[in-house]
Design a protein around this ligand. Structure first.
Ligand SMILES: [Zn+2]
Ligand SMILES: [Zn+2]
Length: 158
């Protein structure tokens, strides 16, 4: 299973990085690896807390950034207030649901080999490219179809 494979990769990576593999770190990583949504720190915290009630948001936050600094996980998109974490270290792209925020991974050799226009290189160096496909995911599309016609279709969704 993909999650288990990533956990094995994480264990090996931790060893190489010389970081102690605590139960807590493993559970935090597992939460990121098991999520299909690329969770932010709070979502990771809520998930881990179910299995480890003593964990604090601060610990989760610090652990995520520690793992990120070691290259054991990566982040999604620019560093805004709510950074989302990603356990997939392969070169990949994302499908983002504009309604619920679901972020699924996909691979594409064509997209990974995209030619970067010379103009971009004038901004600075190019490290990697990432394509974000946006749309409405299947479950949101179903929900939307099931909703009765409202007088204000633009109302925010809880
Ligand atoms: Zn959705
Ligand atoms: Zn991803």
């Amino acid at each position: 299973m993909e999650v288990e494979r990533r956990i094995e990769q994480f264990k090996t990576g931790s060893k190489k990085a010389g970081v102690k593999l605590t139960h807590q770190r493993l559970e935090i990583f597992r939460e990121v690896a098991a999520s299909l949504k690329h969770p932010d720190a709070e979502a990771v915290f809520r998930g881990v807390q179910k299995r480890m009630p003593t964990v604090s948001l601060d610990t989760v936050y610090r652990t995520l950034w520690l793992l990120n600094g070691l290259g054991l996980i990566t982040t999604l998109g620019p560093r805004r207030e709510r950074v989302r974490f990603d356990a997939n270290l392969e070169h990949h792209h994302h499908y983002i649901c504009m309604r619920c925020g679901l972020a699924r991974d996909f691979e594409s050799a064509d997209l990974s080999a995209l030619l970067i226009p010379e103009a971009v290189k004038e901004f600075g160096s190019v490290v990697t490219t990432h394509v974000e496909v946006r749309g409405l995911c299947d479950s949101c599309a179903k929900e939307k179809a099931g909703e009765s016609v409202s007088d204000n279709p633009e109302r925010p969704q809880g």
